[in-house]
Every structure is written in C-alpha cells, then in structure tokens.
Design a protein around this ligand. Structure first.
Ligand code: GDP
Length: 680
C-alpha cells in the first residue's frame, strides 16, 4: 500500500513546481508547536539527523516543505534544495546552515514570508512523508505586534493548516494541555479533531501516571489520538545517524514503565512514524480521485491554451539560444562582407585628407605671404623649407596610432549596432558581454597593428618619390578638396548673412574693419613716438555677438579669396609637374596622404580586420554558446518575455501530462486491487 504515498509524493513535488496557487493540492502533514515544545526534536527524530535551525532568537521565517524519500536500496543519506540547484548535500550541518541563511534572508520588517523553502531528504532510514514546518507562528502571534503582521501570520498558517492537510500538534508533557498553543490552533482549524495528531514530548519529565493520563486524554479528544515520545538525544552523540541511539533510549524508557504498555496508549517515535505514514497514506488515497479530476481539468486547459496561442509549436531554451546567436553571427557576416579594404580606405583617406587641409590652412593659407607664392623664385629657401616642413607635419603625426584607432572606432560602432539589434533587446547582459569581448579582441590587436603601420610608413618621413600619374592624381584630388572647402566657406558665410541680415552684417563688417585700421594706425604711432597712448574706450552700439559674427564673416571671406587663388594656382601650368612641388603644397600633401593611406590600409587589413573577422564568431561560440550551462541557457531564454511565457505553458502542459500518466497508473492499480479484493 505504501507505494501509493511514494507515488503521490512524487506527483506532489511535480505539482508544487508548476502550481503555486494551490488548486492542485495533495495532503501533507503540517507541524505546529510553540517554542521549546520539542517540535524540532520530533522532526529531527523522524529524519534521523540534526538539521533544523536552533537558538532562542532563531525564528523560522519561512515554511519548510520537507519531503522525505525512502530509498531502500541505497546507503547514502542526503538532502537537496530543488530551488537552489546546490546538488546533493551529504553534510546535514550544511543543510542546517543553508536553512539558517534562507530564513535570515527574510528581513526583520517583513517578519515572515509565505514562500516555502523546499527541502528533500533521501535516505533508507526515512519513511515516505511530506511535512511542513511552519514558522514558529504561535509564539510570534502572541507577542505584541501590529495587527497587520498578526493577520499576515494568520493567513500564512491558514493556508497550510487547511484540509486536507494533517495537523501534527506538538505539546510538551510538562505544560498543561489546556494552555498548549498548538492544540488551540488545531481546535480553531479542525474543531472536530478529525485530522489532528497530538504529539506529547518530554514524557520523561513527568511521572508515568501523569504522562499516561495525558495520552488517554479525554478532555481534548482527538480522532487520531495522542502519541507520547521522548526525543531528547543522549549526550555525546556523534553526528551520525541519531535514530538508533535515540530510539534505544526512548524504548528502554517506555519499557521500564508498565503503564505505557497498555493497549489504549501509544508511545514511541517509531509508533509515531508508522502512524504518520498510515494517516498520510489514507489521506492521499482519499485525495486521489479529486486530484485526478483537478489535474485533468488543468491539463485540458493547458492543452487548449497551447493550441490556441502557439498552434502546438514547441520551443526549447536551447533552440532559442542557438537562433539568437546564429542571428548575431549572420549579421556579423553581413557586416564583415561589406566592410573590406575599400571601406577602410575610404575612412582612412577621409581622415588624412582632413589632416592635409588642416596643415595647409595652418602653414600656408594663414601665411600673410601666401599671395606671393606663385611669383616666388624657385630657389626661394622660405618656400622650399616650408614644403618639407608641411610634409613632415603629415608623416610624423602618429599615423600608425591614429589610423588604427580610427578603424577600431568604426568597428566598435558597427559592433554596437549589431549588439543593439532587436534580437538582443531583452538581453542587456549579453549585449555588454559582446561589447566586452569585441573590445578585448581589438585591444590585443591594437598595438601590433599601429606599430606595424608606423614602421612601414617610416620611409615617407625622409623622402617621398612621386611619379607623374601620382602627381596628376594628387593635383586633381587637391582641387576637388579645395573646391569643397570653398563651398563650405561660402555656405557658412551665407548662413551668417541669412541669420543676421545682409545690411546689418555689412555695416557691422565695415565697423570692424574701421576699428582694425584705427588700431594699426595707433600702433604705428606708438612705435614711432615710443610713447604709451591710452586706448580710449568707445562704447560701440553694436551687439558683441553681432561683432563676433562680423569677424567670422570677414575671416570666411578672406579664406574664400585665398582658396580661389590656390585653386587657380593648382590648375595653372606651374602645378603640372612634381618638380614644382613647393608651389603646390596642397597637391604634394595629397600625394603623400594617398601613399600613407595605401600602406596603412594594407597592414590594418592584415593585422586587424582579418584577425577580428576570424576571431569574433569564434568568441561568440566560446563565450556565449559553449560557456552557458543548462541553467544559464534557461535564464537567457526566459529573459525574453514571450519566450518565457511560451516555455512556461509548454512546461506546465508537459508536467501535467506526466502527472496524469502517473495518476492514471495509480487509479488503475487501485481499481485492480479493489477488484481482486472483491473476489477473494
Ligand atoms: P522547539 O523549540 O519546539 O523546536 O524545541 P526543541 O526541539 O528545540 O526542544 C527544546 C528543548 O527541549 C531542547 O533543549 C531539547 O533538548 C529538549 N527536549 C526536546 N524533547 C525532549 C524530551 O523528550 N525530553 C527532554 N527531557 N527534553 C527534550
């Protein structure tokens, strides 16, 4: 017959994992008792190990759902917390410690939590039982506490003390039963005493006559009766199995008093165990048919929902992870295919061309003598030096570092884009991880690449040889660049003119120019007369911001004039040959920029890009796909709410199906038994 309890306990565990709203409930034994009544001692005697949190200030703050699983064919004894994934715990001290930690995790202000701690104990020495150790609620609710808290504790207890659960009311023999909080609670929830078992502890502390009278209790009769126990473990007991020592001393105690051997009296821990097993078995048996109905209903509902919502399509966390990662790799491949040499060249060239423009502006266009350049003698040292100086400014500007950094930045931006794709919107942590190893890969390649580039462009720092076609290209490109620059100047000048108004701007410009003329005259006077002249403060009626804009407009106008001259110069015969490079620095610098681009890109491609494109998908596999254990895969999939819902329903359906199979088997067995009983 015990088979039924075992199977139903299995089923109970499965149901607990999918249903916390109590519709599918199989009976369990709820243990209640005030502090020091010996409640823990009784539970530990049943389990055969010390494992419950102790200490006077230790208050149980969460219910413990204790499932005992009898394992006749194996020697090892161990516990498991199915919700924590700690695996088998063979050391019961460690179980005790874990229970303390779990209780302490409930804050003082919250006081109690109704989320049960699930603990399973596997042992050849335990019976198949499920027990619930409720928070020491009785002593708590008796203290001065706010009404809300009392209600909270009441609710929690009600939830567990309700039928079909069996109440194990623990009272100590040396306390008047009339005052026993456990019996009071039991009378409240089970007024007829139909599902309460009274356990009288500390029988050794009262005289046998008094003890026997308690067990025969007629004042508070219980249908399932009272059982007397002595659960005080003998001193100096090793942390092994305590059952044997305990039972032995208990047995000898009860045997030594004849009064306990009478038929109407029940004593001893082993009697208690058997009683619990029988009572639970019967209760389970009674619940069998109602639970079959309830599970059947839930299963039909789950099947219906699964059909309606998902058209019976199954998903697994594994397939979801694989799909998401494939998506990433696919996007990456797309990006890698579209980001090759031409794209890198474009990026690097754009950057170097900008640098060329900066150097030209600084070295040439701001030079007051620039207008004389086309007419200067070809021997003029000033311009000869200048062109060498400008080209050195370009080649020695840290090309290796800046070009490599540029490409790294472009790659990082693109990877950011990939990581921010729709498929990762629910996985911020994974996103961070992707960016983390992207930057790790790039960082390891950075130095080698930038050194390599810097080394290979080294010759250009000393001499740049230019052939005719390179020169012609350089001239063409520099004209295009300058024309663009000119266009930008004009645009900016126009936007200033539009924002201020042509008339107002012109008058402000004239004012600024007059002021500048005055200032130069004043300085000439100062130089000639060698006297300090107080600068007179004239309040201008122009708004300072307007004057700023006027100055900008003047600057842009001057720059535009110079650019036009330079474009004309570059188009002139003078710039037809590289021999005259000092007359056409813009073209010469462009030729150098082009050579630098070509060389830099070649090495960036080999050292950085190819390596990165090769390594990234492997890192995705190594760090994201293979690294994840079952738990992480589940967690990852459940970060996505629709997938989470899908998985949950699917799991619920599967578990209910499993439960239904088991139940059907049990029902059939019960029927067979009933039949064979009829015929014998
Ligand atoms: P709980 O607070 O209800 O869990 O009570 P405990 O199980 O911690 O027991 C309270 C105290 O009573 C402990 O010091 C136990 O050693 C002692 N105790 C428990 N059962 C017995 C018993 O049967 N006889 C005697 N003499 N002491 C017991």
């Amino acid at each position: 017959l015990m088979m039924l309890t075992k199977k139903l306990i299995e089923i109970r565990s499965i149901l607990m994992s999918i249903d916390h709203n109590e519709t599918l409930k199989l009976p369990s034994i709820v243990v209640i008792g005030s502090q020091s009544s010996g409640k823990s001692s009784v539970l530990e005697a049943i389990v055969g190990h010390e494992f419950l949190p102790k200490g006077s200030n230790m208050v149980t703050r969460r219910p413990i759902e204790l499932t005992l699983i009898h394992t006749p064919n194996q020697e090892e004894e161990y516990g498991e917390f199915p919700d924590l994934g700690l695996g088998k715990i063979f050391d019961f001290k460690k179980i005790q410690k874990t229970l303390v930690d779990l209780n302490m995790a409930v804050s003082e202000s919250e006081c109690v939590s109704d989320k049960p701690i699930e603990l399973r104990v596997y042992s050849p020495n335990v019976p198949d039982l499920t027990l619930i150790d409720l928070p020491g609620y009785i002593q708590i609710s008796n203290r001065n506490q706010p009404e809300t808290l009392k209600n909270k504790i009441e609710d929690l207890c009600e939830k567990y003390i309700r039928g079909p659960n069996i109440i194990l009311a623990v009272c100590s023999a040396n306390v008047d039963l009339a005052n026993s909080p456990a019996l009071k609670a039991s009378r409240k929830w089970d007024p007829l005493g139909l599902r309460t078992i009274g356990v009288i502890t500390k029988m050794d502390l009262v005289s046998p006559q008094v003890g026997a009278a308690i067990l025969r209790n007629t004042d508070y009769p219980l249908h399932l009766g009272y059982i007397g126990v002595v659960c005080k473990a003998p001193e100096n007991m090793a942390n092994g199995n305590m059952t044997r020592a305990l039972v032995k001393s208990e047995e000898s105690f009860f045997r030594s008093h004849l009064i306990f051997n009478q038929r109407d009296i029940q004593v001893g821990t082993s009697t208690l165990r058997h009683k619990l097993m029988n009572v639970l078995e019967q209760s389970m048996g009674k619940s069998l048919y109602s639970i079959v109905d309830a599970v059947q209903r839930e299963l039909e509902e789950a099947r219906y929902q699964f059909k309606v919502q998902y058209n019976d399509r199954r998903v697994t966390a594994e397939s979801y992870v694989a799909e998401t990662m494939d998506c990433l790799k696919h996007d990456f491949k797309d990006f890698a295919n579209n980001f090759g040499k031409p794209q890198v060249r474009h990026e690097v060239r754009t950057m170097l061309e900008q640098r060329v423009l900066d150097i030209c502006a600084e070295q040439y266009w701001c030079d007051p003598k620039i207008a004389e350049l086309p007419k200067a003698s070809s021997e003029d040292i000033y311009w000869l030096y200048k062109v060498d100086f400008a080209s050195a400014a370009l080649t020695k500007s840290g090309i290796g570092r800046s070009t490599t950094q540029l490409v790294v930045d472009v790659l990082m931006n693109n990877m950011e884009r990939l990581a921010n794709a729709e498929s990762f919107s629910c996985h911020p942590e994974t996103r961070k991880q992707i960016m983390k190893f992207t930057s790790e890969i790039l960082r390891t390649k950075f130095l080698a690449t930038s050194d390599q580039v810097e080394n290979t462009i080294k010759p250009y720092k000393f001499e740049v040889e230019v052939n005719d076609s390179e020169w012609n290209d350089g001239v063409k490109r520099s004209i295009i660049l300058l024309e663009k620059e000119l266009e930008m100047c004009d645009e900016m000048a126009n936007s200033i003119k539009n924002s201020v108004g042509k008339k107002k701007l012109n008058s402000a410009i004239n004012y600024v120019l007059d002021k500048e003329k005055e200032e130069t005259k004043r300085q000439e006077r100062v130089q000639q007369n060698d006297v300090e002249e107080e600068e007179e403060e004239v309040k201008s009626f122009y708004n300072p911001k307007l004057l700023e804009k006027a100055k900008d407009a003047i600057y842009l106008r001057d720059r535009a004039i110079i650019l036009k001259y330079r474009i004309a110069a570059l188009k002139s015969r003078q710039c037809k040959s590289s021999e005259n490079k000092q007359y056409c620095p813009e073209a010469f610098l462009n030729v150098i920029a082009e050579k630098l681009t070509y060389t830099a890109v070649m090495f960036i491609q080999v050292e950085l890009l190819n390596e990165f494109f090769f390594q990234f998908p492997r890192e995705v596999d190594n760090r994201l796909v293979y690294e994840m254990d079952r738990r992480q895969i589940q967690q990852f999939a459940r970060e996505n709410p629709p997938i989470q819902k899908h998985l949950e329903l699917q799991e619920r359906k599967m578990k209910l199906e499993e439960v239904m199979d088991k139940l059907n088997y049990l029902v059939k067995r019960q029927a067979d038994r009933a039949n064979s009983a009829k015929f014998t």
